[in-house]
Ligand binder design. Sequence first.
Ligand code: GAL
Length: 416
Amino acid sequence: MSKQFSLSVVALAAILGMSAAQADELEVLHWWTSGGEAKAAAELKKQMEAEGHTWKDFAVAGGGGDSAMTVLKSRVISGNAPAAAQIKGPALQEWAAEGVLANIDDVAKAEKWDAVLPPVVANVMKYKGHYIAAPVNVHRVNWLWANPEAFKKAGAKVPTTWDEFFVAGDKLKAAGIIPLAHGGQNWQDFTVFEDVVMGVGGPEFYRSALVKLDPAAINSPTMIKVLDTFKKIHGYTDKNAPGRDWNLATAMVIKGEAGMQLMGDWAKGEFLNAGKVPGKDFVCSPAPGTAKDYTFNIDSFAMFQLKNKDNEKAQKDLAKAIMSPSFQELFNLNKGSIPVRLDVKLDKFDDCAKESNRDFVASSKANTLLPSIAHGMAVPPAAEGAIKDAVSKFWNDDKETSKDAQAEILKASKTK
Ligand code: GAL
């Protein structure tokens, strides 16, 4: 966030007051507008309405939330912040530093959040030791989704390495099936990119290059290998990918027009919403070469400071509801993710969720649990945006070499 933005937020918020919402109204900004996402979001709305609050839906379409964040900034600058907004990772700290978020320690203390959340998660939800956000879930990003029927038709095997990926891709192509369903925003390109960084370079390389932004790692021959592999994948997507939303890419796999998609497990929400059965109609498998690794993406809602005390009650009830075991179960069954609380039973969850949970725990012990950069979990937003743009430019430009892209990524990683 720029200095200019910082000053204007503080000044205008002071002049105009923090919220223009009505009494007992709960305005919630989110970007959950695809079929599966909307179904999950509706559970939160239902619960708040059952508690007597008026839900004002502030949905801003656009997977990954870039548009939602732009709209949120303008709303806060004009002194009209929603009660809660979907904000994640390091961006939470930036918003808190603006002095516009509410302290929800009382809810967290009463509900014992410190005891039920993994400490790595709790730390992200706190600013200077105080809770300012409530976490909803854990999404695994490094998944490959496949249509078994399409694979059968092509005589191909679901790949577990990048070499196998290209073999399967060629067979799918020969059978007239688009190998990889892909969309057009930079976060979708980066979702594939970080899978390749992990699969080709391994977790330590991922940590150095993408989390620590270590220039030596970015400048290494391993990065060239990653970029070469990444670029090769482009040849397995279709011409209409630019501009396509992620859920429409998932629909291509559901229909068997495409064989695979590399996407976080919100894609499972789409399969389930279409009535598809995991293990039968679709398959989840870790992205090639990443079976022992886990890139995580945690959704959370930050609470904004409000003037109206009635709205504050609704806001605190929202924070409480989000973290309740019953909501964590219901929401995540629809969303494709797993509960963020360590004490929720997974009996009702499918095998993909159970695998995600097993791998989350195992990778955490093995130190191969890593934040997703594509989904705003590790890098401050300015550098993250610049790196994503560099990667997408390379993905879309036939003339750019891996060496050029490497230099661009290095430059972007220094953006403050
Ligand atoms: C992510 C978000 C997920 C999912 C996805 C696509 O950033 O964390 O919950 O919805 O975007 O919209």
